[in-house]
Design a protein around this ligand. Structure first.
Ligand code: TRP
Length: 334
């Protein structure tokens, strides 16, 4: 009898994982594998809603798997898999498309943003992205879905789909809760504190990736935007000093110090000392992750073993749900 609650989350391998990916979702996950039955995956099916270079997609998918492990997701304690390896995702995704309404899909802010950014490729997949995400979630009947603020709307849509579906067929799906960690949930670009530090934005100069070496990281922090007021002191004021607030969030998440402690540490010192101090703290936290990722990437057969076992485990769980769904809708059993 499995008493543990279930949790699931995924990241699209559409760009290199950044410090934002780490301090946002990733660093919370290893704590969760002790307590919950966890599924984590590389959302490659979702990645292709925007055109991807095939070699880069393959490289990033494996790199992301290695990074998950390097960040502390022990494959013996959780299920790590590649979304396209578990065919039930695409199958349930289709079914749920028929239970997601055109109107509600049209209201998704991510769809609107991405359509604006990819005006020459507003494909059907971009539009129905949330139904596939609902399938990712519902196949495993999780209690929680840890996501960033930007994905909350998709989890809410998933809940609507569940209510609609269960309303017709009875209690097939469990209603999932979004779980949004408070501190460090949202790391902003170092050069534009109004925008999230993005993994997809190739032209985003304000990001640090998990594979950046110490020199590159220090350079990014030294040129980080602070603010243009004349006060020039380290004080947490996200409305008026968003650049400084972002650096403080990073420093606080990495070192565990509170904002008050940070203000005191840099009292009367201006930004000249503060920015490299944040950089150094980040270098130290990312160093073991980068080194372990590189080591794992050189061991292809180990990674292969991990993602194969993960896909087997995931599809076993997913198949149970899918069968139930097919039966309820009236598909003839094979
Ligand atoms: N849409 C998520 C993102 O862009 C990735 C994702 C796909 C996901 N399927 C999911 C996250 C299911 C949580 C649960 O980051």
């Amino acid at each position: 009898m499995n008493e543990k609650k279930t949790m699931l989350s995924g990241i699209k391998p559409s760009g290199d994982l950044t410090l934002g990916s780490y301090l946002g979702p990733l660093h919370h996950w290893p704590k969760m594998i002790e307590e919950y039955d966890c599924y984590f995956f590389m959302a490659d099916l979702h990645a292709i809603t925007v055109r991807q270079d095939p070699a880069a997609l393959r490289r990033r998918t494996l790199e992301q798997l290695a990074q998950y492990i390097a960040c502390g997701l022990d494959p013996d304690k959780c299920t790590l898999f590649i979304q396209s390896h578990v065919r039930q995702h695409a199958e349930l995704g289709w079914v749920l498309n028929c239970y997601a309404m055109f109107g509600e899909l049209s209201r998704m802010t991510q769809f609107k943003d991405k359509s604006a950014k990819n005006a020459d490729n507003i494909n059907g997949g971009l539009f129905t992205y949330p139904s596939l995400m609902a399938a990712d979630i519902l196949l495993y009947q999780p209690d929680f879905v840890p996501v960033g603020e930007d994905q909350k709307q998709h989890v809410e849509l998933t809940r609507n789909i569940v209510q609609r579906f269960n309303g017709v067929y009875g209690d097939v799906f469990k209603v999932p809760e979004p779980y949004i960690p408070k501190v460090g949930a949202r790391i902003m670009s170092l050069t534009n504190p109004a925008a999230k530090m993005s993994k997809s934005e190739t032209e985003d100069t304000g990001r640090v990736t998990l594979m950046d070496d110490p020199g590159a990281i220090m350079k990014q922090f030294k040129r980080a935007i602070t603010d243009s007021d004349t006060e020039r002191c380290v004080r947490y004021d996200p409305d008026n000093k968003p650049g400084v607030a972002n650096l403080m969030t990073i420093y606080s998440t990495v070192t565990g110090k509170t904002y008050a402690e940070i203000e005191q540490e840099f009292d009367g010192q201006g930004y000249g000392k503060f920015k490299p101090a944040v950089g150094e703290a980040v270098v130290e936290i990312l160093r073991p992750i980068r080194e372990e990722t590189q080591r794992l990437l050189s061991d292809k057969s180990y990674l292969e073993g991990v993602y194969r076992a993960g896909a087997d485990k995931a599809s076993h769980a997913a198949e149970k749900t899918l069968r139930k769904v097919y039966k309820k809708i009236g598909f003839v059993a094979r």
